[in-house]
Structures are given as C-alpha cells and as structure tokens.
Design a protein around this ligand. Sequence first.
Ligand code: BGC
Length: 502
Amino acid sequence: MLLLLLACEPDPGDPLVYAFPEGFRWGAAGAAHQIEGGNTKNNWFQFETLPEFDGKTAEPSGAAVDGYARYEDDADLLVELGADIYRLSIEWSRVEPARDVWDEAEWQHYRDVLEALRARGIEPMVTLHHFTEPIWMQDLADLDCAAGPTDANLCGWTNPAVPEEFAEFSGEAAARFGDLVDEWSTFNEPGGYLLSGYLGGAFPPGQLNISVSAVTEQVIPVAVGMLNGHAAAYAAVHAADVADADGNGVAASVGFTNSIQWIVPVDEANADDVVAADRIRALYGYIFSDGVISGLLDRDLDGVPEEAHPEWANTCDLLGYQYYFRMYVKALPGFPPIDAVPCEASTLEILGMDPATFGCPTPHPDDVTQMGYEHYAPGLGLLAPALAERYPGTPLRVTEAGIGTTTGRRRAENIVRQLAGLSGAIDAGAPVDGYIHWSLTDNFEWAEGFRPRFGLWSVDLDTFARSPTEGADVLRGIIADNGIRQSVWDEYGQGEHLSPGE
Ligand code: BGC
C-alpha cells in the first residue's frame, strides 16, 4: 500500500513537462491480415500469390506473426503497456468466406479475442475493413469481370451489391459483438486504399495508371461505392449494436480511420505549389472525411468539394486520424491527374523521377525511416487543429502513429516527440481523446513485406517470440504518468533529428 501511494505522488524533481487530460485514452493497434497468418481467402492473398502480380509484394504474408493463435499473449502485452484500448480488425473473408455464408467457428474466434481483451480491462476498437476483402467481392484472378458479376465475383465497389454486402457484414458483426464492442470503424485509410489500388498500383487491385481517366473512371466511382458502403454500414451498426458494453452511456460510436499526412508545398511562396498541395491533401486526406462528415464530394479534384451527398452526411461519430510523415508537393502543370507531384520516394520511383533534379527537398538521412519517407514529429500535433477547424464538432482520436525502424531509440524518440506536439494541440483546444500507437507487435507491412518494423514489441519471425523495444518501455512510462516527465523529455525529446539507425 505504501509503495502504491508513493508511486502516485508527483515527483517534484522530475515534473511532467507535457500532460494529457484526465481520462485520455491510450492504446496500440494491429490489423487481421498483418498479424494473424493463414489468411487465404482475401484479395491480399491473391495479390501476394497470383503470377500476374509478381513483384508487387516483397514477400507473402504467410504465417504473419502468428497473431491468430497468440491473441491471449498479445492481450497480455497490452496490459503490460498499461493500455486501455486495442484497435483490431475482423477479417471479413474469414467470417464470410463465400457470399452470404457465415463461418461460425471464425465468428467464435473473434468472440474469444474480444472476450480476452475485455477480461483484461482492454476496450476493443473494431475496424471492419482494413485493406482486405473477400475474394468473392472482387476476384483478382478475374479482374476485368467480362462475364459480369456473379456470387463468386461481385466485381468490386462499383457494383451496388458490394456496399450492401459490406453493410450486412458490418451489421452482423455489431449484432454478434455489441455486448463487447462500443467503438467501430468502417474503413481504414480509404484514401490510401483508393490511390494505392487504382493509381499507384501498390495495393490490390494493382492498377498502375497515372491518368485523368483512372481518376474519373476508377478512383471516384470506387470512392462513391465505398462512401455508400460506409453510410449503409453506419446505419446497420447503430441498428444492431444497442448494448452498452462499457456502461458509459454510448452503445455504439461509428466512424472511420483516415490517413492524413502533413502535406506542404515545396515552395510556400509559389502559388502553384500551394494549390498543388491543397489538391493532393484533398484527394489523399479529405475525400472520405468530407463525404461522411459534410456530405460533399470533390469530383473534379480541384481541392474544393462541391457535389452534395446528404445521404452520407453526419455518419462519423469519431474521426480517427493516422500520421506518419511530411510530404512535400510540387506543381507540375499538365501532369495527370491534378497538376501536382508528391515528393515521396516510392511515388517518384513509380513516376521515374529523380527527387533531387525534380526539386524536392532532401530529408536529413537520420529522419528517413524504413519506409523511405521523412519522419517529421510536429505533424501529429499540427494536424489536430487543422482537422478540428475543417470538421467542427467531430471528436478526434489518433488511431495510428508510429515509425518503421529496428532501432529502439528511434521508436522511443518518435513517441516522445510526436506526443509532445499532440499534447500542445490538445492544450490549445483540439478535441483529441486518445492516442493509439501503430503497432503493438511487428507485422506484415503490405507491399513491403516484413522488413519495416513498426512493433512496440519486436517479433522473431522464426519463433514468433515477442520482445519489448525501447519504444514499449518509454510508452509504458508515459501512459503510467499520463504525460511526459522532464527526464524522459531530456533523454528522448532533444535534437533536431532522430538518432541515426535503420
Ligand atoms: C496502415 C497500416 C500500416 C501502417 C504503416 C497505415 O497506413 O493502416 O496497415 O501498417 O500505416 O505503414
């Protein structure tokens, strides 16, 4: 008892230099296909294994990090961290391997996972679509769908049956798990899904087509299908989840999680670069949130949403935002689809452009992460007021932030420096109620395979043993203190750049 009291005493020699509000939520995240292993019924499995997509992924997901079997151990790690939220996804292709066929054993598996979390006092935040979808929704082996949709291949989001199927699955999950889950998100990073899938080709269905027609004929129609799916799923989840699992008076909160980087013009003084950055930001970061919050679509991609869709409006109870890097943008008149080029290594590589001769700033080498992009700590905090201003009244949560690195110290610096900025934004009034780190353990990083390491716990890919990184140790302390102490700030917060390391 004495020890406990002493632990709660403020330490005058080591005060909090950044404090989070009382009740601030802390967590970590994972996603089914990235951790479970053995997912063979979804589009990513096809993308990893079909010969026509050879070279698109560094390696197949295979057994991933054996998360399907190790969910109890992973739930224990969350307890060790002191987290109160785990953000996870339900793999749609497991519970509905064929259209309108439920797999009861798989539903039971997810009940077991959710119960294991609840039993440990961890609140699950459930994502219904984290990049993967059942093969029957869009069969990559029959992409052109020449024979038209069938039950075995619905041909993707532009078929109105797909949003309906997504809503059915979402409603079913809510009906089955409403007693355990209060927080739902429909889509993870729909902007990334759309642009990587239909413009950059790095995600299924692997369409590499940098053109105006790719946007008008693919990106926008698919976005409209997904927005319809979101609105229908929002209604279905609210109708089905009427049980208040945690007793806080809210049975269901439904939103989505948005990838929104810190996007800036290469030259602030150049009006064309400024417009180019606005356009990229709107296309990448706002296309979905403008739809589900304001009921607007920027169909002509001029950066200003104008097409009214009242049927989508006000269907986002919580906007999750996910931040990883600073992206510079340069105007390039005539360059499709929107006269703008992002200075991002993988994009420039696809375009065959040399970043230096093109005029992109060169990031300091210590700030380049395993993903090739530039770590920029202030972005996490800077985004909060920008989102709050665009979407007044919508509660915000950081649902992903993290760094691809094998160097524990870099992960710890990422956490401390980004959280310092976030704390400042919250003090200045941004309505951010929590921080969920990406990710709990190392996992399958999509097209990049297993090389980039995002885990607070690193995973030995032969034995699947989990070991804490310096990031886990530092985040555990911050959660316990609900803030950053002077000693932690002195150790990890200083320095213009990250420490060197991979
Ligand atoms: C995604 C995760 C991914 C992470 C790191 C986010 O875009 O939601 O699935 O692993 O970023 O790249």
